[in-house]
Design a protein around this ligand. Structure first.
Ligand code: SAM
Length: 266
């Protein structure tokens, strides 16, 4: 096999056996379907297949797809692995699959945030175990008061529990990425819609815009950030009524308080 990693598809192949094992050990222990995004050379896919998992894998690179179709022929033929040779984002409507699933992937970093946000909003996705850039993992797993706490942490917390499990150094990949990676786990317990969080997609979209405004200047005063788009009087009343300091910065308001504030001024 002589396949060169393609930068444009974010290809950094995981080579370290002990990290692959740690990922397998951290995966959910049930019989739900697994979706893998970017199987690459199939190293992680093979480990998942050995655990008798039923997998659908999306791979954008047609050269890798040819290679996988050949090297995993018997699993494909017996129906344990279904390989979709397409850009996963083009296949994602409301849900990526008709059955409930867990997402397990060493994600291409150029599109990782987008994929996680899609999966958070996908009611069929029950959990994620993904390798991403450490900086992004810190944002998704941050809690109120952490300096990394942002709209990504809020969106993740609204529907589940996120945790950064462990870091993975560049030397574990071929070719090695310039940044440190981390394994992020998100276990979903709710959905945005149909759980009384938001009444419909339109309201959820407004909430995302509201968060964008709240964090427009992340180190500045939250109330000031919000005043550019929302009613100043209502914002002031919210802070007073809830005994909150008017000088709070965006990372200091809790997820519950953000949701409440949006219900009042959004
Ligand atoms: N899973 C392999 C591993 O751990 O070694 C490869 C991981 S590599 C970081 C990312 C993989 O995602 C590559 O195989 C790449 O071709 C694939 N990929 C990139 N963009 C994609 C997209 N939009 N849809 C599906 N696959 C994509």
């Amino acid at each position: 096999m002589n396949i060169k990693a393609k930068k444009r598809f974010g290809q950094n192949f995981l080579k370290d056996e002990s990290i692959k094992q740690k990922i397998i050990q951290a995966m959910p222990n049930d019989s739900l379907k697994i979706i893998e995004i970017g199987p690459g050379l199939g190293d992680l896919t093979k480990k998942l297949l050995e655990k008798d998992k039923d997998i659908t894998a999306f791979e954008i690179d047609l050269e890798l797809c040819d290679y996988l179709q050949d090297s995993l022929k018997s699993e494909i033929n017996k129906g344990q692995l279904s390989l979709v040779c397409k850009d996963v984002l083009e296949c994602w409507d409301d849900s990526l699959h008709s059955e409930d699933y867990h997402l397990i992937a060493n994600l291409p970093y150029y599109v990782a945030t987008n994929i996680i946000l899609k999966a958070l909003g996908d009611s069929k996705c029950r959990s994620m175990l993904v390798m991403i850039q450490k900086e992004v993992a810190l944002k998704f797993s941050a809690k109120v008061g952490d300096k990394e706490f942002s709209s990504l942490g809020i969106l993740a917390s609204l529907v589940g529990e996120s945790e950064l499990l462990f870091d993975v150094g560049g030397e574990c990949f071929d070719p090695p990425p310039k940044v440190t990676s981390s394994i992020l786990r998100i276990e979903k317990t709710k959905d945005y819609i149909c759980n009384e969080l938001f009444k419909d997609e339109k309201e959820f979209e407004s909430f995302k815009k509201f968060l964008k405004t709240a964090f427009v200047a992340p180190r500045k005063i939250l109330a000031k950030n919000l005043q550019s788009r929302y009613d100043k009087k209502k914002i002031k009343e919210f802070f007073e009524k809830n005994n909150l300091s008017p000088t709070l910065r965006p990372h200091q308001l809790s997820v519950k308080e953000y949701h409440l504030l949006f219900q009042i001024i959004g």
